[in-house]
Design a protein around this ligand. Structure first.
Ligand code: PLP
Length: 412
């Protein structure tokens, strides 16, 4: 049975009105934006928060006694508190970064170099984004540690038995994604945290796709680090946070040196600032942090549970509609999935799909999605990926399906 379109308990029309870009046309057709896993659009509230900062309070933070610097510092630190609340953490457990990639690199460099040595093991899964693979490979090269890779099943779920078998007394770090950007799989983070902690390892979560799609509580998940990107959660590019458990952050050495991360500097001896400032060398992305906090507030106001329910209904609808497209094979059909619809069409290269969809105003991503091991696992060079956000509608799924029918006609 084809599921009905999502019920209208959620006012998607009102939500869409918050995003001016959604009103534009592409190639003479209404924009259908289905590339949210790559980056989301920004609501007016985020654009205004950034513009207001530059218009009224712009200054550098932490160093000035003058009024504007104090205002900028207050706004920046309030943004930290907002992000702490968003993740269920304490303010001093939030480190501002450029995004998920930098957050994971920070943990690999600062925690990793201090705690991982030759013969130790780092466990990742096969469904990771390159951002949650390469920093660990670098750490292994630097320390002599070994990377172990947990396999995924044919439907794209993490093979939990195999993962449990890989986590042992040599394991120091388990690094997994909350939600796969290529497959949509939602991983059982609490269970993985339990397995890691049982052997004294820590768990690092790539939350790039987790944060925008539902309520994240780092205490309930019992994770040690959780990295996210502003631009994946309707905030600005160039800003993100990594949550770190306080006891771990406090014990970690810095990873980058410069202004703001020090307490005192002499040529004889430099001492370092407390966490989280110790990990934020140089002038931060102040407007970005303020914009990110505005995005977190926006998501809270719309309601993260409501967003998750809306996207789940849309995913179910989209999955059923796409199944009707001749020759379409879905890549990623795990039972516990978020709004990612990755697929291939028999005999048609994903890039051709993307180009023809664009001519119909439909924006999807095509390629390997920075997850080449996933593509290899499923025996495809690339997929086309429609990824859902809080403003997408069943009518946009219908537009995608109609455009795919045109793709088929072109290649008939
Ligand atoms: N991890 C996942 C699962 C992602 O989807 C992405 C971005 O696509 C990243 C990490 C990297 O995020 P960023 O480029 O914002 O650092």
């Amino acid at each position: 049975m084809t599921p009905a379109a999502p019920p209208h308990t959620y006012d998607v029309t009102a939500v869409r009105a918050d995003f001016p870009i959604l009103a534009r046309e592409v190639n003479g057709k209404p924009l259908v934006y289905l590339d949210n896993a790559a980056t989301t659009q920004r609501p007016e509230a985020v654009v205004n928060a950034i513009a207001d900062f530059y218009r009224t309070s712009n200054s550098n933070v932490h160093r000035g006694v003058h009024r504007l610097s104090q205002e900028a510092t207050e706004l920046f630190e309030a943004a930290r508190t907002t992000m702490a609340r968003f993740l269920g953490a304490d303010t001093h457990e939030i480190v501002f970064t450029r995004g998920t990639t930098e957050g994971i690199n920070l943990v690999a460099a600062a925690y990793g170099r201090a705690n991982v040595g030759a013969g130790d093991e780092i466990v990742v899964s096969r469904m990771e984004h390159h951002a949650n693979i390469v920093p660990w490979q670098l750490l292994c090269e630097q320390t002599g540690a070994r990377l172990r890779v947990a396999p995924i099943t044919d439907d794209g779920a993490l093979d939990m038995d195999a993962l449990a078998g890989l986590i042992g007394e040599r394991t120091k770090i388990v690094a997994v994604g909350h939600i796969s950007n290529a497959l949509g799989t939602i991983n059982p983070i609490q269970e993985i945290a339990r397995l890691a902690h049982a052997v004294g390892a820590i768990i690092v979560v790539d939350g790039a796709q987790g944060a925008p799609h539902g309520h994240v509580d780092v205490r309930a998940l019992d994770v040690d680090f959780y990295a996210l990107s502003g631009h994946k959660m309707y905030g600005p590019t160039g800003i993100g946070v990594v949550y770190g458990r306080k006891t771990l952050l406090d014990a970690m050495p810095p990873w980058q040196g410069g202004g703001d991360m020090i307490r005192s500097v002499t040529f004889e001896k430099t001492t370092y600032n407390d966490a989280p400032f110790r990990f934020e060398a140089g002038t931060p992305n102040i407007a970005g942090a303020i914009g990110l906090a505005a995005a977190a507030d926006y998501l809270r106001d719309v309601g993260l549970d409501a967003i998750a329910a809306h996207e789940a209904a849309l995913l179910e609808y989209g999955t059923a509609q796409l199944a009707k497209v001749e020759g379409l094979r879905m890549i990623g059909t795990a039972p516990h999935k978020a709004g990612v619809l990755g697929f291939v069409l028999e005999g048609i290269h994903p890039h051709d799909i993307g180009t023809i969809l664009d001519s119909e105003g439909v924006a999807v991503r095509t390629g390997h999605h920075c997850a080449q091991p996933v593509m290899e696992r499923f025996g495809v060079p690339a997929t086309a990926r429609a990824s859902l956000g809080l403003y997408n509608t069943p009518a946009e799924i219908d537009a995608l399906v109609a455009a795919l029918t045109k793709v088929r006609e072109v290649f008939a």
